[in-house]
Design a protein around this ligand. Sequence first.
Ligand SMILES: [Zn+2]
Length: 226
Amino acid sequence: MTSETATVASIRIQDVVWRADLTVNGQPYPMHYKFPDRYRGRRLGARALFTADGLTERQYTEMVAAHELGHAVLWLAAGLHVTGIAISGTGRGAGHTRARRTGIADEALWLLLGAVAGEVAQGRWLREVGLWTEDRAVLVEATAVSDRQAVLRTAVPAPRFGTVAGAGGLGQDYVHLQSRADQELERLWLQLTRALPHLIQQQVLTSRELADHLGLPLNAPSDADR
Ligand SMILES: [Zn+2]
């Protein structure tokens, strides 16, 4: 992906504030919401943080499933192949989803948008079920470190965090990727919610099962990316 340039249509985003009150690996970690002081310095996994904040184990598992399906549904709908999907039942709750190239147009961009779609779907799920709070939204951001690092590593040019002042305030901010991913998820949300109980029940779905539950084609991977 590094040899390609991925661009997203510029969207004017007003009043976007990226806060930098959290540091990850010595670098400021930008977030939309204030990181709660009570979580500072706590070396807890995502599951412990979310359940300490009032989510039940079941709700946490469903939220993780929505995150992983967010990656999967966007990649599949774009025409990429998804190797399968897994959520763990009792561990730290980290899920797993991977895309394979198929040679579609704008492939680099769709790979990025699918990577961003995990945290976006997670936030959307919290809103849809009436569990969204600012403190949970910031946990969604704080636990999206590996997805964001993958995006920042592969996007050329890397998206920025921070609005550009003035009338010409357009450009590829990370929030543009989030906004575009959210638009895509809007039209795919019903498919995602229909697949969600199957993922909860089975914990692991093969690429075929995933495509069937989402009602999307399997999309064979290109020979170069099997
Ligand atoms: Zn993810």
